[in-house]
Design a protein around this ligand. Structure first.
Ligand code: ATP
Ligand code: MG
Length: 204
């Protein structure tokens, strides 16, 4: 390319970037509302809970108060639980017992989930809690241990500036409809299927 052609290319690039900046600036200008958000992380890929706990770290960095409720108690040795339980501004609730094929008792699962939801309701009425993570809430909904309408109503009536993140596979459509931000983690590949066990710092 000659010097003139190079100069021309650089000028076109500058112009394109200027136009892009104008569009982005206008979008930022328009997004001027504040509100407590409902977020849903669903799908079969990895990253639903770890992304939610990334937001917990963000919130704590701003001095916010956080409540975490875990509905399906998979394991009690996760790094996030050990770390966040040590933080003054975090309340950590374990509300589930395990998967339904572990307990094999519908009545008991339902009762456990209902008692768990009562704990969440207390947080959903407390405006001093700025962020709530409802980890694996989709399962008690899917198995109908909890009534989706009750859950939606309680979420709807929470303090206006309170953020809530729900994680879990197969999020019900009604929950996604009610949410402000919905992300689906897509499973392209997972080390587990290559025979690699859950790794500390990555999977737990
Ligand atoms: P993470 O907590 O790592 O963000 P997740 O919340 O998206 O994962 P869950 O369905 O809650 O996924 O699964 C929890 C555990 O299973 C984690 O150890 C995670 O690494 C692992 N896992 C997540 N997705 C898959 C998958 N597609 N195949 C196998 N294991 C998975
Ligand atoms: Mg998870």
């Amino acid at each position: 390319m000659t010097d003139a052609e190079n100069e021309n290319k650089a000028a076109r690039h500058r112009k394109r970037m200027q136009r892009k900046k104008a569009v982005v600036d206008a979008a930022i200008e328009r997004a001027d509302q504040e509100k407590g958000l409902l977020l849903v992380h669903t799908g079969n890929g990895k990253g639903k809970s770890s992304s939610a706990f990334g937001m917990v770290a963000r919130a704590l960095g701003h001095g916010m108060r956080v409540g975490v409720a875990q509905f399906i108690k998979g394991r009690s040795d996760t790094g996030e639980e050990a770390f966040f339980r040590r933080q003054d501004n975090v309340t950590w609730h374990v509300l589930g017992e395990g998967f339904t094929w572990d307990t094999q008792n519908l009545e008991r699962d339902t009762e456990t989930a209902r008692q768990g939801w009562a704990v969440v309701q207390t947080m959903l009425r407390d405006p001093t809690i700025n962020l709530i993570v409802l980890d694996e809430l989709t399962y008690p909904l899917k198995y109908r241990w909890l009534d989706i309408n009750q859950v939606l109503e309680d979420l709807q009536n929470r303090p206006p500036m309170q953020h809530v993140v729900v994680t879990g596979r197969a999020a019900p459509e009604a929950l996604c409809d009610a949410a402000d931000t919905v992300s689906e983690m897509r499973d392209i590949k997972h080390a587990f299927r290559a025979g690699i066990t859950a790794q500390k710092g990555i999977d737990l």
